[in-house]
Design a protein around this ligand. Structure first.
Ligand code: FES
Length: 140
């Protein structure tokens, strides 16, 4: 399977690249197998993701997945952001080659890690937000 036009577009012109100073939550996850790393910064106001930026040191599919995922959660509530699963990201991209599906998982996990960081920093519990698990980043 080839990359879709949308994947190529997100890869060539990634949205929301960068960092947020004093971010409400930061999530960094890595894939132990390929060594790729994804970092997501969230600016949360109330329960709305006001802004989001990402940095990805990884493959094209990881860049495209992060770009699409940030677009999908920007301006949304935390609850809505939690619905942005890797499946939703892949659908939005019009599909990814099977060997590249794990790259979209990285985006979902980075968002989760950032929301966990936010909840920890504020001493709050958010339904559906769990700590990042080390085994998520391995393929055993
Ligand atoms: Fe590692 Fe894509 S090959 S994230």
């Amino acid at each position: 399977m080839e990359y879709t036009e949308k994947v190529m577009d997100h890869f060539a012109n990634p949205r929301n690249v960068g960092e947020i100073e004093n971010a409400s939550g930061i999530g960094e996850v890595g894939n132990a197998q390929c060594g790729d790393i994804m970092k997501i910064f969230l600016d949360i106001d109330g329960d709305v993701v006001k802004d989001v930026k990402f940095k990805t040191f990884g493959c094209g599919a990881a860049v495209a997945s992060s770009s699409a995922a940030t677009e999908m959660i920007k301006g949304k509530t935390i609850k809505e952001a939690l619905n942005v699963t890797n499946k939703a990201v892949v659908e939005d991209l019009g599909g990814l080659p099977p060997a590249k599906l794990h790259c979209s998982v990285l985006a979902q996990e980075a968002i989760m890690a950032a929301l966990w960081d936010y909840s920890q920093k504020n001493g709050i519990t958010i339904e559906g937000v769990r700590p990042p698990r080390a085994e998520d980043h391995h393929h055993e």
